[in-house]
Design a protein around this ligand. Structure first.
Ligand code: NAP
Length: 333
């Protein structure tokens, strides 16, 4: 069992996302990391070392190779993750630039906007380049800005899958994630609906979000699960047991809030020292730390800024030395 009450866990889901507070940390420019001027930073020809903890790619579900540093498309919507972004052209540019830089895993959800994140992805990128994996989610509804209400009823989920297919202009969704467990609906019933959608070819792989190891075990009795998306970053490691579970079972682990969301990580000496030593930003070092933490780690940092996107993607090329990694690891609260 999780040591969190269902209420506490539910509060954690998508928490903090309305905050637009300044990310209180010193930021360097990622530009210096774009050595050679190549537009593609990630990918098989990446200069990233190939030790077990720096594998540049991950086989999602065993058959979808993705560069481990993905993109979270929640921040390309309006304030409060509601409606259209203030600068729609910019949101489209951010998505296109992500793909240009080699990102081939984009995370979204029907709830982001709602709907606008998925619609923008299709507008910016359809027809999709080969190998681009769009991971969406359902099961969390949006009665209003800043409000998130679970709905894991089978009928709702089946409609949600159809809605995402339409908005994303896809015949099949590569990764469909149950956004959260609805405490009012047996989890097996929610997942049974996703299995039906998988059986008719509308979903390729299924993932979970905001779950504990016991829930993953239960889910795996209903259908194969290929990934889990929980909050995880240097400061918040409450899902350490979930990450360890994913490592053991070879499931992808997508940490949300990988750089601490709008609140940002507290500037700290170990982070700042490593950042200064390599002319990188604190955010980049935080992402590099995550990538080195586990070979199953698939961070999906979110941004509405091209400069931040470029900075974040360049973090995949940073290799921390063991002493730096350990010092940063010790910052966990
Ligand atoms: N499953 C869930 O329940 C759940 C919950 C939340 C999020 N998610 C997913 O996880 C993704 C990531 O989570 P998140 O967006 O909440 O958190 P995050 O990626 O840790 O942080 C995003 C915030 O940090 C800022 N930022 C990004 N890069 C930066 C940089 N290089 N320098 C300074 N600031 C930077 C962004 O602002 P700017 O726009 O100004 O760059 C934004 O406010 C989301 O996009 C979504 O796909 C899932």
């Amino acid at each position: 069992m999780s040591d969190e009450s269902p209420n506490a866990k539910q509060k954690r889901v998508d928490s903090g996302i309305t905050r637009r507070t300044f990310l209180g940390m010193s930021l360097g420019t990622g530009a210096t990391l774009f050595a050679g001027g190549s537009a593609t930073i990630l990918g098989a020809d990446s200069s990233t070392a190939t030790s077990p903890v720096t594998n540049p790619t991950w086989q999602l579900g065993g058959d979808l190779p993705v560069n481990r540093l993905g993109f979270g498309a929640m921040r390309i919507t309006g304030e409060g993750i509601w409606g259209w972004p203030p600068d729609r052209e910019n949101a489209l540019k951010v998505l296109r630039r992500a793909v240009e830089l080699g990102v081939n895993l984009i995370d979204t959800a029907d709830a982001y906007g709602p709907e606008t994140s998925e619609l923008l992805i299709a507008e910016a990128l359809h027809p999709y380049p080969k190998g681009l994996v769009i991971a969406t989610k359902g099961g969390l509804t949006r009665p209003g800005p800043g409000s998130w209400v679970p709905n894991g009823r089978p009928e709702h989920l089946k409609q949600a899958v159809d809605g995402s297919l339409k908005r994303l202009r896809l015949d099949r969704i590569d990764l469909y994630q149950l956004h959260t467990v609805d405490r009012k609906v047996p989890m097996e019933a929610s997942l049974g609906a996703l299995k039906e959608m998988q059986d008719v070819g509308k979903i390729r792989h299924v993932g979970l979000s905001n779950v504990d190891p016991e829930e993953i075990e239960r889910a795996r009795k209903v259908l194969p699960i290929v990934s889990v998306q929980n909050q995880y970053n240097i400061e918040n490691r409450k899902s350490e047991n979930v990450l360890v579970y994913c490592e053991k079972k070879s499931l992808g682990f997508m940490p949300w809030f990988p750089i601490g969301g709008g609140r940002g990580l507290k500037p700290d000496n170990a982070l700042e020292r490593a950042a200064k030593a390599r002319g990188a930003s604190v955010v980049q070092v935080a992402l590099a730390w995550l990538l080195e933490r586990s070979p199953v780690m698939l961070p999906i940092p979110g941004t509405s800024s091209i400069a931040h996107l470029e900075e974040n993607v360049a973090a995949a090329a940073i290799k921390l030395n063991p002493a730096e990694w350990k010092a940063i690891d010790a910052l966990a609260s």
